[in-house]
Design a protein. Structure first.
Length: 186
């Protein structure tokens, strides 16, 4: 038995049938087909979901675990990380949502929504998340400064070479003139 089976067994002992309120609910994994999208863009997806079956009244129902399974199927279809994969990514670096948000500049609420499966990130954000799986990219973000070194005012050495003010330089400056660029097609 794997961990998910153990959790399901434990849940069966506390699940209550919504129809008869008996605690004789078993879980069966079943294939489930559902539509994702709308109109001409709709696609049919298939996944396995846990279906709760009451031994007393034979009521069958799906709950949040079925929703999670459908959400994961949609993520696989869209080729983006699932909520559990996003949580695992953050845990890989041992950061809280707040810490991870500060480092990555992702909104903490957005990160929370992705991890809960409330929304699905777009492809660009998913690529960003993928790159965050590499320690060197996290290190680069940690070492990044918000101000360009050339613009720093904290006494650090500027990146650009300082020019000496010579007579020749002053002459060239006074003779310098911007010329208008001809517009194409005129």
């Amino acid at each position: 038995m794997n961990e998910r089976d153990n959790m399901r067994k434990a849940e069966e002992n506390i699940l209550t049938c919504p129809a008869c309120e008996e605690k004789k609910v078993k879980t069966e994994l079943r294939d489930y087909i559902f539509d994702y999208g709308s109109g001409k863009d709709a696609v049919e997806l298939q996944t396995q979901v846990p279906v709760r079956v009451c031994a007393s009244c034979k009521c069958e129902y799906m709950d949040f675990e079925a929703d999670e399974a459908c959400h994961e199927a949609i993520c696989q279809y869209k080729k983006v990380m699932t909520p559990n994969q996003i949580k695992a990514l953050r845990s890989l670096h041992s950061y809280t949502q707040g810490e991870f948000s500060k480092i990555t500049r992702l909104g903490e609420a957005t990160l929370s929504r992705w991890e809960r499966g409330a929304i699905i990130q777009n492809g660009a954000y998913d690529n960003y998340l993928y790159l965050l799986g590499f320690n060197e990219n996290i290190e680069k973000l940690l070492n990044k400064t918000s101000v360009s070194p050339a613009l720093r005012q904290d006494g650090a050495e500027p990146v650009f070479k300082k020019l000496k003010r010579t007579e020749e330089l002053l002459r060239k400056q006074s003779e310098f003139e911007l010329c208008p660029c001809p517009v194409l097609g005129e």
